[in-house]
Design a protein around this ligand. Structure first.
Ligand SMILES: NC(=O)c1ccc[n+]([C@@H]2O[C@H](COP(=O)([O-])OP(=O)(O)OC[C@H]3O[C@@H](n4cnc5c(N)ncnc54)[C@H](OP(=O)(O)O)[C@@H]3O)[C@@H](O)[C@H]2O)c1
Length: 295
């Protein structure tokens, strides 16, 4: 068998803007669990050479034909199209229609931190309403940092799970009730929820059905492409689509500009330190977001 040599540090040509695309000089790119899952070979569609990275913030450097609503030097943020990666780079070409202008008051680092995590299930999938009670599993994570605040902004009561180390962090985000998952079994202390948003997966996801009231709904983003099957027939199990759209990003920008939501705590790395960021992301025990400063 021939041995494949892994090349390190090859330079790829700069991307070119196809019709309908812009090239962005990336200022910051965030690290998502999906990145180390792709690096570990969990996604069959990955093609080499592979540049990882899904969400970014930066400055438009080239505008492709047919793009009327963005121009050179605009600051923008967004998420690569589903199936596309490439934000851990100095430049990325992205379809203009799925990115948005970055609010002036938001740094590139914070914009990159919220682009993908903000496309949450809370509004579109769970349709959470004021006065309802929601259990958000994994409150200190990047997606949940946004979800806890959005649920509070909607007027819901928020229960969340975290380790003791992140208790103060989730309290500051607005959580009403905090469960240390190392000290307490949430199924013994939580009951009668209208909704669950699970960002942890595995057993935690499966056990989450127990806390729902009849007619309750649960959304899962860490259990693969399909929602887990409930072990009772009076609740709904949902898998959010997490579609890419300018409209969703503008909703995120509006919430941040209105100070209804603040960016998550960010741990910043240089692009060359991406491997260190992956090690921490893969440990799954940290708070907020890990962001790569590209320039
Ligand atoms: N397209 C999509 O559907 C989509 C988009 C974004 C993310 N995701 C997925 O969503 C999941 C969450 O991503 P993320 O970036 O927000 O966070 P993450 O990096 O997966 O998780 C980090 C957080 O999980 C918490 N945690 C770990 N085990 C826990 C447990 N047993 N109970 C409660 N909390 C626990 C940690 O808190 P402690 O440090 O306190 O333990 C940490 O804050 C990932 O699986 C990711 O792949 C899916």
């Amino acid at each position: 068998m021939p041995v494949k040599r892994l090349q390190r540090g090859i330079d790829l040509p700069d991307p070119v803007a196809a019709p309908g695309e812009v090239v962005i000089d990336v200022v910051a790119a965030s690290v998502n669990a999906a990145d180390w899952k792709a690096r570990a070979g969990q996604y069959a569609q990955s093609k080499f050479p592979l540049v990882l990275g899904r969400d970014f913030s930066g400055v438009v450097s080239t505008v492709g034909s047919g793009v009327e609503d963005l121009k050179k030097s605009d600051s923008v943020f967004g998420v690569c199209e589903a199936g596309q990666e490439g934000a851990y780079a100095e430049k990325v070409a992205v379809k203009a229609a799925i990115i948005a202008k970055k609010p002036h008051g938001l740094s590139h680092v914070n914009a990159a931190a919220v682009a993908l995590t903000g496309l949450t299930a809370i509004e579109e999938t769970l349709k959470l309403r004021a006065g309802e009670t929601i259990l958000i599993q994994g409150g200190a994570g990047g997606v949940a940092s946004f979800a806890v605040q959005l649920a509070k902004h909607i007027g819901a009561r928020v229960i969340t799970t975290t380790s003791a180390a992140n208790r103060d962090y989730v309290r500051d985000l607005g959580a009403d009730e905090i469960i240390d998952y190392n000290a307490q079994d949430f199924t013994k202390v939580v009951t009668g929820c209208d909704a669950v948003f699970d960002t942890v997966g595995g057993d935690v996801a499966q056990k989450s059905f127990a806390v729902l009231k009849p007619g309750g709904r649960a959304a899962f983003i860490a259990s693969g492409a399909q929602a887990p099957k409930p072990n009772r027939n009076d609740v709904i199990s949902l898998r959010p689509a997490v579609g890419r759209s300018r409209q969703s990003l503008e909703r995120i920008a509006e919430l941040l500009e209105a100070r209804a939501i603040r960016p998550p705590e960010v741990k910043l790395y240089r692009l060359s330190e991406a491997a260190d960021a992956h090690r921490l992301s893969e440990s799954r025990h940290f708070r907020g977001k890990l962001v790569l400063q590209v320039r």
